[in-house]
Design a protein around this ligand. Sequence first.
Ligand SMILES: Nc1ncnc2c1ncn2[C@@H]1O[C@H](COP(=O)(O)OP(=O)(O)OP(=O)(O)O)[C@@H](O)[C@H]1O
Ligand SMILES: O=C(O)[C@H](O)CO
Length: 523
Amino acid sequence: MARVLSLCRSLPLCRPLVVRGMARRMMSLEERARAVFAAAVEGVQPDAVVRKRLQRSGDQLLVDGHCFPLQHNLHLVGFGKAVLGMAAEAERIVGDHLVQGVVSVPYGIQETLQKHGKGHMLLEQNSRIEVLEGAKHNLPDADAQRAAERIRQIASQLTETDLLLVLISGGGSALLPYPVPPISLEEKQEVTRKLAAAGATIQELNTVRRALSLLKGGGLAQNASPAKVIALILSDVIGDPLDLIASGPTVQYEASTQGVWTVLERYRLCDSLPMSVREVLGRSKPQCEEMGKIAEQEKNRVHNVVIGSNSIALEAAGQWARQLGLRPVVLSPGVCGDVCMVAHLYGLLARFASAPSDPSVDWAQQILQLGPKVGVESWDLCRTMRVLGEAHEEGWGVTCVLAGGEPTVQLIGKGRGGRNQELALRVGLELGVKQPLQDTLFLSGGTDGQDGPTDAAGAVTDGGLEEEARRQGLDPSSFLSNNDSYTFFSRLSAGRCLLLPGLTGTNVMDVHLLLIPTQPPNN
Ligand SMILES: Nc1ncnc2c1ncn2[C@@H]1O[C@H](COP(=O)(O)OP(=O)(O)OP(=O)(O)O)[C@@H](O)[C@H]1O
Ligand SMILES: O=C(O)[C@H](O)CO
C-alpha cells in the first residue's frame, strides 16, 4: 500500500518513465484511479499554475494577454491557504523587480509544508515577502487583522507607476479581515459565525462579508489606486465567481445592500444584528450610474485572472486518464448538494453504463431528473451518458467519469469523517445493491489533501465494499448514521481504502472519479 501511495504521489513528477513502467506491468484500476487523482492535484499546484500564467520577457511582465513594464515597481500581497506556494513561485519569476510583499496564510502552514516535503512552496531566507500566519481554525482573528492592516498599508502607498500583484486563494476571507468601522472584529465574526451555523452557503456568507469589510468587494483594488493591479486567483468556489472567491477584494461589486438584507432575513438574523452592523448597512451607497463609471475605469487598471480551478484539475486528470488507457469524460466541475443525492447519481450512472438500453429500467430518465438537483446540467448528463453508451456498444475499455465540486453533509452524528469519505462510502454501497457492480470503482478526494477534521483526503470504494465490510464484522450503515466514515475506513482492511496524499498545498474543492469497466479488467 505504502508503495502505491508514494508512487501515486510522485507519478506526475516523473511522467513518461513511470507511465511506461506501469503500462508494462498493467496497473490495477485502483492504482490508476489514485494516479488520476494525483494528476488532478498536480494540475493545480500553486507554483505550477503561477509559472504557467505569469510570464516574463526581459523587463516586461506578461499576464493574460496584457503587458506590464517592470522597473523595480512591483509590490506583492496575498491571502489564502495556497498563496505561500504562489508567492514563492512569483518571487522566483519577478523577484528582481519586487520592492516588498506580505502574505497572510493559515496558522502553522510553513511548518506543515516543511513537514510534508513541500519546501519549494516556502519562501527563501532572503525573501522580500513577509509571511504572517493567522486565522486559526479558519476564523478571522487579531493576527489575520494585523496582516490585513499591513496589506492595506502597502496598497495605499502605491503610485501610478507601481504594479500590485495580488495572490488569492480559498480561505482568503478569514485571512483578510478588516471590518468597516465602527464594526469590531468580534462583531463581524459573530455575524459570520451565526450565518455559517445556520447553514448559509459560501455565496451567502461572502455576500454579507463583502458589505462589512473595507478590503473585500473591491476594497483592496480601490486602496491600491492609481497603481495597476493584477490578481491571480485559485478558485475554491463552484463556477469561479470572481466577486465571491475570498469575497472578491479586487472585484468591484454592486453596492446595493438589498442582497445582504435578503441573506440576513433568510437566516432570521436581522433582529440580533449588532448596532454597528446596522449602521454600516444603513449608510447611503453610490448610485448605479456612479458604480458603472467606477467599473469602467477599473477595467483597464485591475486584471483578475483565474489561474487554477476545479475545471483545470479535471482537465489535467482527463489527460492522465487517457495516458493510463482510460476513456475520460468530464461530467461537471459543479457537483453540490446533499451527499446522499450525489451518491445516488453516481450509482445510477454506473447502472446506466452496465445496461444503457435495458427496456425494463429507465436509468436515463432517473439520471436526468436527479442531476440538476445536484448541480449537473442536463446537457452534461446527456454527453456523459452518450460516452457511456458508446463504451458499452464497443464492448471494451474503462470509462473514467470525472467530476468535482463540493457536496454537503448533514451532520447528525458525532463520528469522524468528511464529505469525501462519506460520499465514497455511500457510492460503494450504491454500487453493491442488488446486482453488485464489483468492478466499478469510485474515488472522492479533497484537493487540499484534507477531508473534514481527518488526515485523509477521501477514499476509494467499489461494488464489493459492503461484502468486504460484513466479512470483517463492520456495518457500514451504523457508521454512516454517526457520520463516522473515517473510523469505518480506518478499520476496514487496515485502512486500504483511505486516500492519504498528505497536505497538498492547493485547494480547488473536491474531485470525484467513477471508473466503469465495460468488461472486467484482466488483472
Ligand atoms: N464527521 C463528519 N462526517 C462527514 N463530514 C464532515 C464531518 N465533520 C465535518 N464534515 C464536513 O467537513 C467539511 C469541513 O471540512 P473542511 O475543513 O475540509 O472544509 P472545506 O470546506 O473543505 O474547507 P476549505 O474549503 O477551506 O478547504 C464540512 O463540509 C463538514 O460538513
Ligand atoms: O475564503 C473564502 O471566502 C472561501 O474560501 C471562498 O473563497
